[in-house]
Design a protein around this ligand. Structure first.
Ligand code: PLP
Length: 387
């Protein structure tokens, strides 16, 4: 008799992919003929700036990029990342030892957590927070300890909640914060470093929305510390390059070394052409990135003022391209299902980001203003019948 084929325990232990499930619900509704406005995800709608696409064309045509690339990040890309840190944040980094590139910040997150957390160690993550943190902890066999982020505190952590914790492999924060749109205060970053020191932990800041601050440029955690802190960034949002799969990590050299070592074994190398195009994106004038911030700010202003006028409990984001909305303590999963079925609006239910997200929904500002105006119209009809 044939034994049944079974996946490994580490696969069966993985949570269901939150965004995959949302995609399926949207696809099924569209297949039924509904014109769905999908604001459930953070997939940028605008194209990659033309000069970056041209750099990729040239890089693809260059035979030097047709063989296996080196394991190490290309010097031109590492230098461009170092320049951005120096010019944007006043942080000096050694491109040789303090910078690594990855296929997006998702992969960098996996490399940081799998490179740092042994089975049974603790990983501290924000609640609400990006669902991949729990996935990474599950893959590492690490214990997940959530750090509540509360609205009353502007979604800044209260580290007193960790008072009983004696040690951890890593403390992870994410500012600008998905899903709430909060940006880090200086005390938050300083206390995170102090708390990480107490715990013997590495401090990881997921800086995926590094360029998306509406009132000011978001603070880099590396302005506070580079000895036990690593920051993870991406080109996905800054330059509309989500499909290109390129991101990077910067900070404490021993952590970067562990991440690179893990990466070489688990993920191998990154296409040289993508690295060349990423270097072109990060070098020189940053007008395209600055324009994008303006675009998202205009969309934010339209949506936030429109929702507030309709009486929604909307929390104006200071960063990211998300809008976080309270729904009077209603069941957010049922509410999101109803919005999709009855109004053709796909939103992310807050519970998908952890228990701290219950009673909220998240909208992504990933459509032009005309489509967002239509979104407001539909949400106005919902408000008229009360949530
Ligand atoms: C907080 C956060 N971190 C990481 C990522 C992963 O982005 P990427 O892998 O495209 O760099 C995302 C994507 O939405 C995100 O919201």
């Amino acid at each position: 008799m044939n034994a049944p084929l079974r996946p490994a325990a580490r696969v069966t232990a993985l949570p269901q992919n939150f965004f995959g499930a949302l995609d399926r619900a949207v696809a099924a509704t569209r297949a039924a003929g509904v014109d769905v406005i999908d604001v459930s995800k953070g997939n940028p709608d605008l194209p990659t700036p033309a000069h970056i696409v041209s750099a990729m064309h040239a890089a693809v045509a260059d035979p030097a990029n047709h063989g296996y690339p080196a394991y190490r990040v290309r010097p031109a890309l590492a230098a461009a990342i170092a320049t951005r840190y120096r010019e944007d944040h006043g942080v000096d980094l050694d491109p040789e030892t303090q910078i690594a590139a990855f296929h997006g910040s998702h992969e960098a997150l996996m490399a940081s957590i799998l490179g740092l957390a042994d089975p049974g160690t603790t990983l501290v993550v924000p609640d609400p927070g990006y669902p991949a943190y729990a996935t990474a902890a599950a893959l590492a066999g690490a214990e997940l300890r959530t750090l509540p982020l509360e609205r009353e505190r502007g979604y800044q952590p209260d580290f007193a909640a960790l008072a009983d914790l004696e040690g951890a492999a890593a403390l992870l924060l994410n500012y600008p914060h998905n899903p709430t749109g909060a940006v880090a205060s200086i005390p938050t970053l300083e206390t995170a470093v102090a708390e990480s020191t107490r715990l013997g932990a590495v401090f990881i800041n997921d800086f995926a929305y590094s360029s998306l601050g509406f009132e000011a440029r978001p603070l880099s955690a590396l302005t506070v510390d580079t000895t036990r802190t690593v920051e993870i960034s991406t080109l996905s949002k800054t330059y509309n390059m989500a499909g290109w799969r390129i991101g990077y990590a910067a900070g404490a050299a021993p952590v970067i070394a562990a991440m690179r070592h893990y990466q070489a074994h688990a993920f191998s190398t990154i296409f040289g052409g993508t690295q060349d195009a990423a270097a072109a994106a990060l070098s020189g004038e940053q007008d395209a990135a600055d324009d994008l911030v303006r675009t998202y700010r205009e969309r934010r202003d339209l949506v936030v003022s429109g929702l507030a006028a309709q009486g929604w409990d909307v929390i104006a984001p200071q960063g990211t391209f998300f809008v976080w909305i309270g729904i009077d303590g209603a069941d957010d999963i049922a509410f999101a299902k109803r919005l999709l079925a009855d109004h053709g609006v796909a939103v992310a239910p807050g519970s998908g980001f952890g228990p701290g997200g219950a009673g909220f929904i998240r909208l992504g500002l990933v459509h032009p203003q005309a489509r967002l105006a239509e979104l407001l119209e539909r949400l106005g009809r919902v408000r008229a019948v009360a949530p």
